[in-house]
Design a protein around this ligand. Structure first.
Ligand SMILES: Cc1cc2nc3c(=O)[nH]c(=O)nc-3n(C[C@H](O)[C@H](O)[C@H](O)COP(=O)(O)OP(=O)(O)OC[C@H]3O[C@@H](n4cnc5c(N)ncnc54)[C@H](O)[C@@H]3O)c2cc1C
Length: 410
């Protein structure tokens, strides 16, 4: 368990703060901070806001790109769902999705939460058995997922071919949210509360003294700190290497494409997932967004679109929804999933005193970002996770063989 960080609620960058020992170097970067967050995606942005909302003002958020939220978060589909297969993932959704519902009220920014529902379609008997167990667990935890037969699926999706469906599941509060709105909502609110955020600031090294965090190195200077939060998503393993911590997060390319308008797509079209093929469709503007997970993708930081796999994706999509033929491709892009061996994230401490983690969301970190930032503020300030018990999702579980497998990954 990480030690509590001594509370420092003054503004380190005010005249008083400077008197108290905080300085800005000639490149405009502070020379010290209580907490440094590395990576300004949804997780880092949420953590910055939640630390500041607890009164912790001496927080720096460092992002190497010119803008926040350009990593995985900026490339994600924006899907949010309650339908998971492990208790901890469902509990994370039970906290995180209501935070997105309250977002405008709490942070003053509209994030366009559209509750179109997720409709999982199952065509493989072994998936049906696992989903039956998952739905039972969801019901036990208060999630009212519907179990659908083939006729009901075909009735709800008349523009799709699902004659081979064995069963399906639907939850009406699952849906879509704007990722950029969430990141910038948190960043702006954190800034107002005193967090200093820096773009174009790559962390290039970390200094330790006696096994404890001492400072972060950037091209703009060295920043002293006792606490680092690594929220570098697919790159979090590289940050771990700087301090000799092995973080089993693999960058796996995932890509998608959008189409020109298709007037046949109804406004309430759900987020449809053909689970056996990892093929998905949802409404995007007046057209569609379609994606498919390539099971043969090897770990790499390549974010170019794989044109050959895009053809495979399109053929599978056309077989399910022939009217796709009428549209043209509007855009396509690839991003990186940050995948752990059990498809669950990693929260908390490492063997290096002061080096903490929140990473490895394996394709569902956008929706769990709000609660995860809050959980890390609790871990750093209170020494424990209060909102959801995620203590079993520690880094040590990999070495100790305590893996908790999530089946419902797309
Ligand atoms: C195609 C695709 C579709 C997805 N769809 C969904 C979805 O529908 N729903 C969902 O919940 N999730 C989805 N995800 C997953 C989701 O995007 C991620 O789990 C989530 O965005 C991870 O957030 P993060 O803040 O950990 O990482 P990131 O957003 O990648 O942020 C990490 C940041 O760290 C920065 N960084 C890295 N190294 C350094 C350094 N040395 N110094 C400073 N900064 C550094 C990076 O530039 C980056 O901005 C999808 C992902 C992809 C790729």
């Amino acid at each position: 368990m990480n030690k509590k960080v001594p509370q420092h609620t003054g503004d380190p960058f005010s005249a008083e703060g400077v008197k108290a020992g905080f300085f800005i170097n000639t490149m405009g970067i502070p020379t010290s901070a209580e907490i440094i967050i590395i990576g300004g995606g949804v997780i880092g942005a949420s953590a910055a806001y939640h630390l500041a909302s607890r009164g912790m003002k001496s927080v720096l958020l460092l992002e190497r790109e010119p803008f926040f939220g350009q990593g995985s978060t900026g490339r994600c589909a924006g899907g949010v769902r309650y339908q998971f297969g492990t208790e901890v993932n469902i509990r994370l959704s039970l906290e995180s999705l209501p935070m997105l519902e309250r977002f405008k009220q709490e942070l003053g920014r509209d994030i366009d939460y559209r509750k179109c529902g997720y409709l999982f379609v199952l065509t493989d008997e072994k998936d049906v058995l696992v989903f039956q167990r998952n739905v039972k667990l969801q019901h036990d935890l208060g999630i009212e997922t519907e179990w659908l037969g083939r006729d009901e699926i075909c009735k709800r999706l008349p523009i799709m071919n699902f004659e081979d469906a064995l069963a399906g599941t639907f939850h009406h509060k699952d849906g879509l949210v704007d990722p950029n709105g969430v990141v910038m909502g948190y960043i702006n609110a954190a800034q107002k509360l005193g967090v200093k955020t820096f773009n174009n600031t790559e962390v290039t090294g970390i200094r330790l003294r006696g096994g404890k965090v001492e400072a972060v190195e950037t091209a703009q200077g060295v920043i002293k700190t006792r606490t680092i939060l690594n929220t570098a998503g697919p790159w979090s393993g590289q940050i771990g290497q700087m301090v000799g911590v092995n973080i089993p997060v693999s960058p796996i390319r995932r890509q998608m494409l959008t189409t020109t308008p298709l007037k046949e797509i109804p406004n309430d079209f759900p987020f449809v997932i053909d689970f056996a093929q990892s093929l998905y469709f949802h409404r995007h503007g007046e057209g569609l967004l379609m994606g498919m997970s390539n099971p043969n993708e090897s770990p790499a930081f390549d974010t170019s679109v794989d044109d050959e796999f895009e053809v495979i994706n399109l053929e599978a999509a056309l077989a399910r929804m022939p009217l796709v033929e009428k549209a043209r491709r509007a855009a396509h892009w690839a991003g990186l999933y940050e995948v752990t061996p059990d498809a669950h994230p990693i929260y908390g401490a490492t063997h290096v005193d002061g080096f903490t983690l929140c990473t490895g969301f394996s394709g569902h970190g956008f929706m769990h970002g709000p609660v995860s930032g809050k959980l890390m503020s609790e871990f750093i300030l209170d020494g424990q996770f209060l909102t959801v018990d995620v203590s079993m999702l520690d880094l040590a579980r990999f070495a100790e063989g305590r893996l908790i497998k999530e089946y419902n990954v797309v």
